[in-house]
Design a protein around this ligand. Structure first.
Ligand code: ADP
Ligand code: MG
Length: 738
């Protein structure tokens, strides 16, 4: 029996045993939210009030903690941890692998009398010194000077990771080198948040003196696929690459459009309930769940949080979701494109700016055309995207996302922004100093059959094809891939917006100088006029980035080119944006990265791209040689015997028909083998090249088309070869069985 047949059989047995015996698990979330987090309640209980106030004051005002305070916090934290049966602690950080890292230490120590005790000092809580030699540094560090530090990030909550056998305290941290360069994705995000806070607060004070803090908020939406674990295990490509390298489309895919928002299958539903509960216990405020467009594709989204916390929570969720799925005999695919021919998975990043006075700066209110505070942040964000579309595109470039962008399911590689008709009219009214007539698209009496009050929620329509739409009171960056660590795209967005706001602010200041010494009322009036005229001129320049149409249309590609918008289709092309003078400078002048740090990030990203494609190349070959070709040959042998038998019986006409079938198989087999040899030649050639950018370009332009040809032939063969020989679980099995 093939591995595939065995896995198909095991799905049925799982159904009856695992699912039906599950206990009812739903409880009110408020019963267990933050249960394993050193959150506000735990802090209040375990820290002296003056220490807690000091900690909050330091976090609020970017002031370093002193040693004594750190010691007292460590003591309270350890006591809380011990009360929760925790034995170990670790710094939990985000190296440039895009994944999270941890190195556990125990609280156990000896006291003066060699008695075993549990202890955590302020120093142990705040700084650890892991050997950094094995983390990617893009050339920043060499192996012999590997020392690096992880440093506690008190802005993100400490949590407990637990299994049935043990519990570990996870302390969010950043990773820096011996000489202070960032070696992770978190430190730049924190720097970018401090930056945007400083400049946005200054800008806000032009309007409202009571605003003292502004931070970016992020609400992500995570898409993923779920497949049965035994089928997953029978696909080496899913196990090693997270996506199928072979597989003919299922007769039924997503064409019936019946999966989106459909009823969630029961086994998956149970798994979702469990992982959501785990997430909520860890303080991840998960709110929504639904079926996505493709079969076996789902999405979850939390309530938004400050961007750094949301980024941590997304990483934690991606880890948790995988572990809980395994408990249910399922596997989660977070790859951007697990299946050819049906939708891939993205991670929409809803982004806005929130003040300490509770204002969402991207909320237009009832009169957007007169709301100068809103217009200031709205227009400057659009200008930032216009000027730095290339950098935004680079921030989401990855081998996986290349399959998605521009494949008529996700925004294209061209970055543009959608603001919708209503907002466009509001801007027109603002530009022309006219008033705005509310146009309601709903016919007055069209809803008079409704039995409940109906109020429209948002003043903008939706555009699912735009990479950067405005969705009523926030922007939604829709281009990031499902597996990305959102820290990088969020860092880039914060930096470009802050940079633009700085330019705006200095222009306002310059123009205001003319009125120095005037009375307050004159100043207020002039300030308004200056802001208005500055915003108008910024807006008039940024219009090429605005596109309200269908981003999937071919005509848009031509139109975007005319407008001078970058169209960086592949990762090797997109990543080069990190190396441009403009972009190196934007990071440098905003104190996010020194030039050599930006180059290091480019190196890490391009190396990851090459490594991923190298793994795929090996696997394309191995699966063909060991699983596909042998199955085809088996079937070929059956047919050969059949043709011979027919001939012996004197049925030469029939034997001819079957011979044609054999010829068809042979021609696809030949096509496969020829291109596998070609792949081999390229790989040998590539091994002689050391320049990573060059390698990446060859992978993109030469090797990927070879993958596609090999797959084309293999997928055709899948449709011909006797089902009993076929080893790889088929698309219909992966997508429709659960
Ligand atoms: P949709 O799929 O229609 O875009 P969802 O409810 O799935 O809507 O997701 C909306 C996301 O936007 C949620 O993650 C939510 O927390 C987030 N969001 C809402 N308001 C803000 C805001 N002010 N800042 C950041 N994110 C926000
Ligand atoms: Mg959305």
């Amino acid at each position: 029996m093939t591995v595939r047949m065995r896995s198909l059989q095991s799905i049925n047995t799982k159904k009856s045993t695992d699912v039906m015996s599950m206990p009812l698990m739903e409880k009110p979330v408020s019963d267990y939210f933050n249960e394993f987090v050193f959150g506000p309640e735990a802090k209040k209980k375990y820290l002296p009030i003056e220490i807690l106030e000091k900690l909050n004051h330091c976090i609020e005002n970017y002031i370093p903690l002193d040693k004594e305070t750190a010691d007292i916090i460590a003591l309270g934290l350890k006591n809380w941890a011990i009360d929760h049966q925790v034995t170990h602690y670790t710094h939990w950080f985000q190296p440039l692998t895009g994944k999270t890292s941890e190195k556990h230490d125990t609280f156990f120590q000896f006291d003066k009398n060699w008695r075993a005790i549990e202890k955590l000092s302020g120093r142990e809580l705040t700084i650890q010194e892991p050997d950094g030699s094995s983390f990617p540094t893009g050339g920043l560090r060499t192996t012999h000077e590997a020392r690096s530090y992880t440093v506690w990030d008190p802005t993100s909550p400490i949590f407990i990771r637990r299994t049935r056998y043990g519990r570990t305290l996870c302390v969010p941290a950043i990773l820096i080198s011996y000489s202070g360069e960032s070696l992770d994705l978190k430190a730049p995000l924190l720097k970018s948040m401090k930056l945007i806070n400083e400049i946005s607060t200054k800008v806000c004070k032009l309007f409202d003196g009571s605003i003292n803090k502004v931070l970016p908020t992020l609400g992500w939406e995570q898409e993923y696929f779920v497949v049965d674990e035994s089928l997953f295990n029978a696909r080496p490509d899913l196990v090693l690459c997270g996506r199928t390298l072979y597989g003919n489309g299922s007769a039924r895919g997503q064409q019936l459009a019946d999966h989106y928002f459909g009823a969630i299958p029961e086994r998956v539903y149970n798994f979702i309930i469990e992982f959501e509960q785990e997430a909520l216990r860890l303080g991840i405020p998960i709110k929504t769940r639904h079926n996505e467009v493709a079969p076996n594709q789902f999405e979850c989204a939390p309530h938004f949080e400050f961007a750094n916390i949301a980024a941590d929570h997304n990483l934690l969720l991606m880890d948790k979701i995988d572990k809980v799925a395994i408990r249910h005999g399922l596997r989660v695919l977070i790859h951007e494109k697990p299946f050819q021919g049906i939708n891939g998975s993205g991670k929409h990043n809803n982004w806005s700016l929130a003040t300490d006075t509770g204002v969402n700066l991207l909320d237009p209110g009832d009169n957007p055309h007169k709301n100068l505070l809103f217009l200031t942040f709205f227009i400057n964000t659009l200008a930032a995207v216009y000027k730095n579309a290339d950098l935004l595109r680079a921030s989401i470039a990855s081998a996986g996302n290349d399959h998605r962008l521009g494949a008529n399911e996700a925004p294209p590689a061209i970055i543009s922004a959608f603001i919708g008709d209503n907002m466009e009219r509001a801007l027109e009214a603002f530009l022309n100093d006219t008033d705005l007539d509310e146009i309601d698209h709903l016919e007055e009496n069209s809803l008079d059959f409704l039995l409940v009050p109906f109020q429209k929620q948002h003043s903008t329509d939706r555009n699912r094809t735009s990479p950067f739409p405005f969705t009523g009171n926030k922007f939604e960056f829709r281009a990031p891939g499902s597996s990305v660590n959102v820290s990088l795209p969020m860092t880039v967005l914060n930096v470009i917006v802050a940079d633009q706001l700085k330019e705006f602010y200095s222009n306002i200041e310059l123009k205001l100088q003319e009125f120095e010494g005037s009375s307050d009322s004159v100043l207020v009036n002039e300030l308004n006029n200056i802001i208005k005229s500055e915003l108008k001129s910024i807006y008039n320049e940024l219009t090429p980035i605005l596109f309200n149409g269908d981003n999937y249309e071919k005509e848009w590609v031509e139109e975007a080119e005319k407008r001078g918008l970058p169209n960086l289709k592949s990762t090797p092309e997109a990543l080069k944006a990190f190396l441009s003078d403009k972009n190196i400078k934007i990071f440098e002048r905003n104190n996010i990265f020194k030039p050599h740090e930006v180059i290091a990030r480019y190196n890490v990203a391009i190396e990851e791209y090459v490594n991923k494609l190298e793994i795929e190349a090996i696997l394309v070959d191995e699966i063909a040689q060991t699983l596909i070709i042998p199955a085809v040959v088996n079937y070929q042998n059956d047919l050969i015997q059949n043709v011979q038998g027919l001939k012996e019986l004197g049925l030469s006409n029939e034997s001819e028909t079957h011979k044609n079938q054999l010829l068809k198989i042979s021609s696809h087999l030949e096509g496969m083998i020829k291109h596998l040899e070609l792949l081999d030649d390229y790989r040998r050639e590539l091994s002689k090249i050391s320049d990573l950018s060059e390698k990446a370009t060859i992978f993109d332009s030469k090797i990927k088309p070879i993958f596609e040809t090999i797959r084309f032939h293999a997928d055709k063969l899948e449709m011909i070869v006797d089902d009993k020989f076929w080893q790889l679980p088929k698309y219909r099995e992966l997508l429709f069985l659960h």
